[in-house]
Design a binder for this molecule. Structure first.
Ligand code: CA
Length: 438
């Protein structure tokens, strides 16, 4: 930890010091955005309170705002239309830029006059994907999710024999990545009706969400040269909320033998603000495995992972139906969990992904898999919350849900909070279901 984590630190921007604010001076997450309706290029932004700092404008202020050397180079790299160049620079540059931003924003900073004109209200921003994502891989790293889902798909064999040894994943689809606020059409596909021997072509009837975290990768590696587990820390730029929208009925028919395909490739949404690994530092925790479970093979075993490979991130799922929206009712919280239940750490995921020689590139994205906790109330999907569609959820307005209906808006939120550290938040990742075509 360093002075950028000091819970007593305050900004000259009053909104950053409000209790419960997602973006205090200890957070400083990155996004790419432009002003709504403006004819201008998207560029890197950093959130502070209810404002964003336009990094392209700040780069023009340069030394007057206190940015020179490595911090100045990183600021320039962050001022383009994607953050790939910043991600490629690695942790020394990320840290130098963070420290520069912290110094420019802290109460009493001589840079205040140079930074003030670079502020844009968050409410005025139109976001773009923060990076050009060449590849996106989705892991399956919650054992609680794997067990509950496995029970529904394979009652006799819920956890496959490889699960406790291999960080399981499938290759996701980058082209259908979207941001918070996106509305997508309910997918259609092949579905095997209960008891039938041949599939029908139909709109998905079991549309679901999956509460995941996403990790944006930094420098990457040369093909054929795996990232050793003790160097994975330097590869993770930061994290976002990620919803891996899932068509359960399409999935159950298509997933054998190569895993999900059309059930998952129609849309994945992420939150716009990337919370850096450095900002998450106060919330790192020991990672462990029950002693009765198989322990990781040596290439996935590391002292640093054992000491601080888990991250204490509190997760909340909210649902607003179309009827609630029309009645002016806010979303209801339907589940909570914590990322520290994850069976594999993000560092083990990175080491495993590259161990055969696969190369990461700056801006690649990995999903952690649905983050369900040990109890039913901590489930990260409706499949689990409704026990495979058997037990509907009843919402406070009397509506019920097994799976998502047209007009539903599902919202993921997350934050880190504990005594002795500043609370930091991720913002949100919402998505709305539109009726299927036809
Ligand atoms: Ca998933």
């Amino acid at each position: 930890m360093n002075l950028t984590h000091d819970p007593q630190a305050r900004s000259w921007l009053a909104s950053a010091n409000q209790p419960g604010c997602d973006f205090p001076i200890q957070n400083l997450p990155f996004a790419v955005a432009l002003r709504k309706g403006a004819q201008e290029n998207a560029r890197g932004m950093v959130a502070i309170g209810d404002q964003a700092i336009d990094l392209a404008q700040l780069a023009m202020a340069g030394a007057a705002a206190g940015f020179s050397g490595l911090a100045g180079e990183a600021l320039l790299a962050a001022s383009g239309s994607t953050l790939n160049a910043l991600m490629a620079m690695g942790p020394k540059a990320w840290s130098a830029l963070r420290l520069g931003l912290f110094n420019a924003l802290k109460a009493g900073s001589p840079a205040q006059a140079a930074v003030q004109p670079c502020l844009i209200p968050l409410a005025d921003l139109a976001y773009r994907l923060p990076a050009q994502v060449a590849d996106y891989t989705d892991f399956y790293a919650s054992v609680h999710h794997a067990r509950s889902v496995g029970k529904l798909f394979r009652p006799d064999n819920p956890l496959t024999p490889n699960y406790q040894w291999v960080p399981i994943a499938y290759h996701g689809r980058s082209s259908s990545l979207q941001l918070d606020g996106y509305a997508f059409r309910r997918p259609r596909g092949q579905i095997l009706p209960p008891g039938a021997s041949a599939p029908v072509f139909s709109a998905c009837k079991r549309l679901d969400y999956e509460f995941e975290l996403g990790v944006f990768l930094g420098q990457g590696n040369v093909q054929g040269e795996p990232i050793p587990i003790d160097q994975t820390e330097e590869q993770a730029f930061g994290m976002v909320l990620l919803n891996d929208w899932s068509a359960r009925d399409i999935q159950s028919w298509e997933y054998v033998p190569l895993g999900p395909f059309l059930a998952k490739n129609f849309c994945t949404t992420i939150s716009p603000w990337i919370v850096t690994l450095e900002a998450l530092e106060p919330y790192r925790q020991p990672w462990s495995r029950p002693a009765s479970d198989p322990q990781p093979l040596p290439y996935l075993e590391d002292r640093s992972v054992r000491e601080r490979g888990a991250i204490d991130i509190q997760l909340e799922t909210w649902l607003q139906t179309e009827a609630m929206a029309k009645a002016g009712k806010a979303a209801d919280r339907i589940a909570t969990s914590n990322f520290n239940h994850c069976y594999w750490s993000i560092f083990q995921m990175i080491a495993h992904h590259t161990v055969g020689g696969c190369n990461f590139q700056p801006g690649d994205l990995i999903g952690t898999g649905t983050q369900s906790g040990p109890t039913q109330a901590e489930a990260g999907s409706l499949l689990e919350l409704s026990e495979g569609g058997k037990t509907p959820l009843t919402l406070p307005n009397g509506e019920t849900r097994t799976f998502l209906q047209d007009g539903d808006t599902l919202i993921l939120k997350a934050f880190c909070e504990k005594p002795g550290a500043a609370r930091i938040g991720f913002g949100q990742c919402a998505g709305t279901v539109l009726p299927a075509l036809g």
